[in-house]
Write a protein that binds this ligand. Structure first.
Ligand code: LLP
Length: 436
């Protein structure tokens, strides 16, 4: 198979065009997408182990000069096989529920020891599970959470390491639903009141305040707000040291964005280096251990959603392409107006009968919000053609649902020429299992 040469070697080797039996065709690692779709059906999520390794490696290189742990954010894609792979690459984990923590515990015997637990609403049962598992750090977000964790830890007679997630009041340019670092958001404790929270925590037995955390939002491509938030956090760490606390971890959260509009360079070494520079500069010579919680930048570009075109139709002069995937499989366009590049797996040349044209690419669900692209210029696509919705590895499957009683898609992990089904397609019986 000849891989198409890309202008920049930055391009992840995972999803590129090469020559196959029917001419130029999309490969997932070294396997033709068409072959995978025929064997496993559509809609189908396909992830590339090569791309995952590459992304983890980009982080390792960019952050090499700083003591750090990459705590992969499980919510982006929580498939057990992916978690296992990431654990084997040395990643820790960021979890936000007992369920996510249980997944991490299944992924590796020691994985929980490098897990951080974030989220504004941890329940007593979730706290108990995490205390017993001996997680690395609880990121607390309110006084009530502090009180409950103190109670639970005392009851279990086990010390819990804690940090407060501070709300730095830093603006980041992203979709309002996924911006989290402003005073009007529900997240964190106000940074200017944080010293008082730490004083309270330090006075409680079974709690060990050892970190400060921050997370300003997701899909942030400008690194300035990350640097700003870190500076504010570091200034708090200095105050806390003056108060006699021994802070050894700074958790910078996740949030680094990718370039959905430019899928051939969705994640570049340059981006990750710029991000590392923004976070690490304020940390220089502090001896602090940095935790980062990337989700999207690790898995988004390592996955595609393959979908079959069902029908083309025209309504009042507008072209629609109806595909077999829908908003229940990938809700990002419907929920955030998100852009995903969409390519035919085996592109056809444009002809007079089948020209390139603008179209809406939509799913079969009974809502006008069920679209993947609107007024998108596309090469010719006919019913039966296979399409790949790129950069769908993050917040695709993890946000999927059974809406319209549609079974959730299957998931594959490809590694070179090998393929493994890492989640089978749901059946009707799976969907009704818990109903009377
Ligand atoms: N840490 C915390 C505390 C978070 O809340 C999040 C994401 C992350 C880390 C990971 O952020 P990432 O590196 O993936 O940006 N469903 C939305 C994204 C929601 C993000 C929620 N929190 C989407 O599809 O764009």
């Amino acid at each position: 198979m000849k891989q198409r040469k890309n202008s920049l070697e930055e391009r992840s080797p995972a999803f590129t065009f090469g020559s196959g039996k029917q001419g130029r065709t999309l490969f997932c690692d070294q396997l033709p997408a068409e072959q995978l779709a025929r064997r496993y059906g559509t809609p189908l999520f396909v992830y590339s182990a090569t791309a995952l390794r590459r992304h983890v490696d980009l982080f390792a290189r960019a952050f090499a000069a700083q003591q750090h742990t990459v705590c992969y954010s499980v919510k982006a894609n929580s498939n057990l096989s992916l978690l296992r792979l990431l654990a084997s690459l040395g990643c820790g984990f960021d979890v936000v529920s007992g369920g996510e923590l249980q997944r991490v515990m299944q992924a590796g015997e020691k994985a929980a020891a490098s897990a951080v637990f974030s989220g504004v609403g941890k329940t007593a049962a979730e706290m108990d599970l995490a205390i017993a598992a001996g997680i690395l750090l609880f990121n607390l977000e309110s006084a009530s959470e502090l009180d409950l964790l103190a109670q639970r830890a005392a009851r279990l007679k086990k010390t819990a390491r804690v940090s407060f997630r501070v709300n730095p009041d830093v603006k980041a340019d992203t979709h309002p639903y996924i911006s989290t670092g402003l005073r009007q958001h529900k997240f964190g404790v106000p940074i200017n009141e944080a010293r008082e929270f730490y004083r309270r925590a330090a006075a409680l037995p079974y709690l060990d305040p050892i970190g400060v955390s921050v997370h300003i939002g997701s899909q942030i491509t400008d690194t300035t707000p990350f640097a700003e938030a870190m500076q504010r956090v570091l200034s708090l760490v200095r105050d806390l040291s003056a108060d006699g606390l021994n802070i050894s971890f700074v958790d910078a959260g996740g949030g680094l964005g990718i370039h959905y509009q430019n899928a051939s360079q969705a994640v570049t070494a340059r981006d990750i280096r710029a991000y590392a520079k923004a976070l690490c500069r304020p940390l220089r010579r502090t001896g602090l251990h940095l935790l980062i919680e990337p989700g999207r930048s690790i898995v988004a570009a390592a996955g595609v959603l393959l979908t079959r075109a069902l029908y083309a139709k025209e309504n009042h002069g507008k072209q629609f392409l109806i595909v077999d995937a829908a908003m229940n499989d990938l809700i990002r366009p419907a929920l955030y107006g998100a852009h995903h590049e969409i390519v035919p797996a085996t592109p056809r040349p444009a002809t007079k009968d089948a020209p390139a044209m603008k179209m809406d690419i939509v799913g079969p669900i009974c809502e006008s919000g069920d679209f993947f692209a609107r007024d998108r210029e596309m090469p010719p696509v006919l019913g039966g053609d296979l399409l790949a919705i790129l950069d769908s590895g993050a917040y695709g499957m993890s946000l999927s649902s059974n809406y319209n009683t549609r079974p959730r898609a299957a998931e594959l992990l490809v590694d070179g020429k090998k393929v493994k089904q890492i989640r089978r397609r749901e059946t009707f019986e799976d969907m009704i299992r818990n109903e009377q």
